[in-house]
Design a binder for this molecule. Sequence first.
Ligand code: HEC
Length: 165
Amino acid sequence: MSTFIRFFSLLGLSCIIIQGCQSPNAESNTSASNTQQQVDEPSVDILAPSDSKGIGKFTDVKVGNTIDKEMATAGESVFQMKCVSCHSSGTERLIGPGLKGITKIRTAEWIMNMTYNSEEMTNKDPVAKALKKEYKLPMMISGGITDEECRQVLEFLRKTDLQQN
Ligand code: HEC
């Protein structure tokens, strides 16, 4: 009888010890990481095609069925001057993502809004926000680019995507 009592009181004691030592920590870890996930990881797949036009001044961009070669050539120069420090036009990841295929998964408006004002985009647009999180620092800083240059770069990226696919 006394062995039983001792056995059960030991069992009870170890339960208390185990609970005291492990459960609260384990629980708080789990709930902390769950909360973290909800806050930090909205379910945005940055590689998924999207119809979003993003946020910014470009709401209706007309693109032709074929490439405007002159515009694309001008866009290539803009790209060389203002983008290559952080982006390749291939798949290589530099400071920012490689832009190959970008015109297949984003709208013309989204790309131009991101090019023109990445700050507003990375603050408000869900996909751009997720990109900022993925690429961390240094984030893209737009500025000193005209509407026309944004359109030219878009044409260059369209041309690149047609050639490489
Ligand atoms: C200082 C580095 C830097 C420069 C310069 C830069 N970018 Fe970016 N870009 C980034 C980073 C980093 C991201 C990812 C989002 C973020 O963290 O801001 C990005 C994201 C993008 C995206 C979204 C890519 C995607 O996967 O959807 C586009 C489009 C883009 N940049 C275009 C351009 C163009 C066009 C230029 C030149 C006019 C340019 N960027 C100049 C760093 C740069």
